[in-house]
Each structure stands twice: as C-alpha cells, then as structure tokens.
Design a protein around this ligand. Structure first.
Ligand SMILES: Nc1ncnc2c1ncn2[C@@H]1O[C@H](COP(=O)(O)OP(=O)(O)OP(=O)(O)O)[C@@H](O)[C@H]1O
Length: 270
C-alpha cells in the first residue's frame, strides 16, 4: 500500500467559475521531493493554496495524511514587508502552533530560533527590522521560519525567485536536508537546471497535469513543449471543464511529439 502524504482525487481548483487546476489525480509519496513546473498562470500557486486550504476545491478533493504538520511559504510578492517586525518575530511565527500566541519564549524556543538563524546564515540579524532585509536575506529568514515549524509537509512557492546563486545553493541544501529527513517537500520552480539537478520527482502543470513522475522521465522536450503551448488567457465563454486531453496522474508521462527542438528545451524555464 502506498504511504501517501497527500492524495489528489480528480481535484479542480479555481476562482469564480474558472478552473485554474483541474483533474489532478494521484498520491504524493511521504518523504518525496517534487518540483512543480509550468508556464505563468498554469495553476502552480493555486495548487499550493489548494493544499493549504486557502482555495477550496470546486470539485474533487485533496487529502492530507492525518497528523501531519504543514508549512507553507508563499511567493515573496504576497508577503507584507512593511509590517513592523524584527527578524526574530518573523521566525518566531513558526512557533505559534506549538506555543500559542501569547506565551513567552522559553529556553527551548530560544535555542530553536538561534539554531534556525544559524542554519540559514542569519546569525546576528535577529533584531533587524524585516523591511531592511535584502530579498535573499528575507528568503533566508522565511526558510528559518519553516525550519522552526518542524513540519512533515513543506510547500514552497518560487523560493528561488530573484535570489542569487549562493543563496539559492544554501536554500537547496536546506531542502535536500529536509528530504533526507523524510519530510515531504513540494516546490514551485521555474529553473529547469535546478529541477534536473535536485528534484527526484516533477509535476508539469498547464492548468491540467501534463505529466507527473520521475524527473528524468518528465523533463522531456515533448512534454515541456506541450506545457509551453498552454494558453494563459481566461475565456469567459469556455466550458467549465474543457476536455483538453488525457488526465495525467502519477507517472503518466505524455508522449506527444514536439515542434520545439530538443536543444532549446534542455535548459531554461517555462
Ligand atoms: N485570487 C484570484 N482571483 C482570480 N483569479 C486568480 C486568482 N489567483 C490566481 N488567479 C488566476 O488563476 C490562474 C492560475 O494562477 P496561479 O497564480 O495559480 O498561476 P502560476 O502557475 O502560479 O503562475 P506564475 O508562474 O505566474 O506564478 C491565472 O490565470 C490567474 O490569473
């Protein structure tokens, strides 16, 4: 029997009457590390929000295994940096589920926070207001918040956006460490090279799932070309659920032929 951290059952998520993700089926294995790739507007963030429960299913369901702790890091653009908080306050938010809103930090909490700051390379930044951090430093602080949450299921939405190579490689090391601890990790990524180098599993979305399985099987020119042909525009007169091809589930990798030369697909992003 599969040991699933998450299971999608014909999941459709959307806004108003528009599906942004539809007909997603299959399990996310416990302890797996999965990249979610796809063009702009293809439903990646919506899927993350659907798993967290911010966006409710229009149809179907997403089930998380009971008792799992979940950590979610939204895109940086969704984070309010003007909020008057210090780095320590931001990271301490990760302790709320455990210690509640009002309880003071105890010795163990302080140790956790210090360890997390060290792990992300922000020792000495604890009292800095968050609006003075660079983009990379803020992302490190947000990873520290995920660290203190000690979650079983971790969702990261475009954590490498506008981040330099050194910060990216430090954050990748943390993600691989979580993977080594058998946490389940899903990461929205645009950089194909990162996906090929570090993610054993990949889900390619273009509103519907185009392919999902082992990265070396999925990150193929024909599959990526199919995702590229995705039309981002909303069509108000479109049927609620257009029949636009096979419904991919886990390890169902497509085989459509590609008009895009393989060399053009080997690196880059969607
Ligand atoms: N709150 C919302 N209300 C209405 N439509 C939305 C909302 N959020 C997203 N959408 C639409 O849903 C579709 C999927 O958006 P989503 O943000 O999930 O895509 P994405 O793959 O994460 O894109 P990107 O790579 O650009 O971040 C898009 O067409 C978007 O305009």
């Amino acid at each position: 029997m599969s040991d699933a951290s998450l299971t999608f059952s014909d999941l459709t998520l959307g806004y108003g009457s528009h599906p942004a993700v539809h007909h997603l089926n299959g399990p996310v294995e416990r302890g797996s590390l999965t990249a979610v790739v796809g063009p702009n507007g293809s439903g990646k963030s919506t899927l993350m929000k659907g798993i967290v429960g911010i966006v409710k299913p229009m149809a179907g369901a997403v089930k998380t295994a009971p008792g799992q702790r979940l950590a979610y890091l939204p895109q940086q653009s969704e984070i309010d940096r003007s909020f008057p908080a210090r780095v320590l306050d931001l990271i301490g938010l990760g302790l709320w589920p455990k210690r509640g809103l009002l309880r003071r930090y105890d010795h163990r909490d302080r140790e956790n926070l210090r360890d997390a700051l060290d792990a992300v390379g922000l020792a000495g930044f604890e009292h800095r207001p968050i609006d003075t951090l660079s983009g990379g430093q803020l992302q490190r602080a947000l990873f520290a918040r995920v660290l203190v949450q000690k979650a079983d299921l971790i969702l990261l939405d475009e954590p490498f956006n506008a981040i330099d190579a050194k910060t990216t490689s430090d954050l990748i090391a943390l993600i691989r460490h979580w993977h080594g601890e058998r946490r389940t990790v899903l990461v929205v990524v645009h950089d194909f090279e990162l996906v090929r180098d570090h993610f054993p599993q990949t889900l390619v979305l273009a509103r519907r799932p185009i392919a999902w399985g082992r990265t070396q099987d999925v990150m193929q020119p024909d599959i990526l070309a199919r995702a590229r042909r995705f039309d981002e525009a909303w069509h108000d007169d479109a049927p609620w659920c257009a029949a636009d091809g096979p419904h991919a589930g886990h390890d169902h990798t497509g085989t459509a032929s590609s008009p895009v030369p393989a060399a053009a697909q080997r690196s880059g992003s969607l």
